[in-house]
Design a protein around this ligand. Structure first.
Ligand code: COA
Length: 185
């Protein structure tokens, strides 16, 4: 799967006005970190982790939109916790908010040291993916059905980030588009 385009024409026979629940598109991927993905100290390269996160986000967005999707933006990647060779990482990706053609996907990474039987939350980031039609233009995605209190809370936070991002985009400051979780009040 390429970084720029994660799939086309997932024809499910469902219309784009029919809502889809969060769990419909939620993705969990598990991967063992191998030596070629790490530096000489055994720490995983950040880019390797980001690639897995991007793939998981892309699959979730694709499942929701059932058309081609591209990553437009990533917010909030902070590596606080080293991920080591031999660790399993589990990546959970699920939609939190949809606009017209854009989707916000929350991606969390959990590391697991099998020997020590210890799991650690490594990071959480937000990927914004945009659905494209056959002409490569942004196209409408189905509504996201949020049911639980948690899903509703995440939707509201996502909506505020979306509004903030739109203001930044409209301000046209291409070099300094920052849209971090901590800015959401
Ligand atoms: C993402 C992309 C399709 C947006 O195209 P565009 O002509 O700017 O489209 P629009 O201005 O109509 O915006 C479309 C949607 O994307 C959102 N969007 C666009 N750029 C965004 C950004 N940087 N951050 C967050 N959202 C963004 C808009 O808010 C809008 O959302 P909505 O439809 O839900 O309201 C275009 O910038 C693109 O193709 N980028 C390259 C994507 C890519 O190749 N990714 C892989 C990187 S290697």
């Amino acid at each position: 799967m390429s970084n720029s385009e994660k799939g086309i024409n997932g024809d499910s026979g469902r219309s784009n006005t029919e809502g889809r629940a969060v769990e419909h598109s939620a993705v969990t991927m598990t991967e063992l970190i191998l030596p070629h993905q790490a530096n000489r100290l055994g720490n995983a390269h950040g880019g390797e982790i980001m690639k897995i996160m991007d793939t998981a986000a892309g699959v979730a967005a694709l499942r929701h939109a059932h058309t081609a999707v591209v990553t437009a933006r990533v917010d909030g990647i902070n590596f606080y916790h080293p991920i080591k060779v031999g660790d399993f990482i589990t990546v959970n990706a699920f939609l939190t908010f949809v606009g017209h053609s854009s989707m916000e996907v929350q991606v969390e990474v959990i590391t697991e040291d099998i020997i020590a039987e210890k799991t650690t939350h490594a990071l959480t980031a937000y990927f914004i993916l945009v659905a494209l039609n056959e002409q490569g233009k942004p196209t409408k995605v189905p509504p996201l059905i949020v049911s639980s209190e948690k899903e509703k809370e995440l939707w509201e936070k996502g909506r505020r980030r979306y509004e903030m991002c739109r203001r930044e985009l409209m301000a046209g400051d291409d070099n300094y588009r920052v849209c971090r979780e901590e800015k959401v009040v």
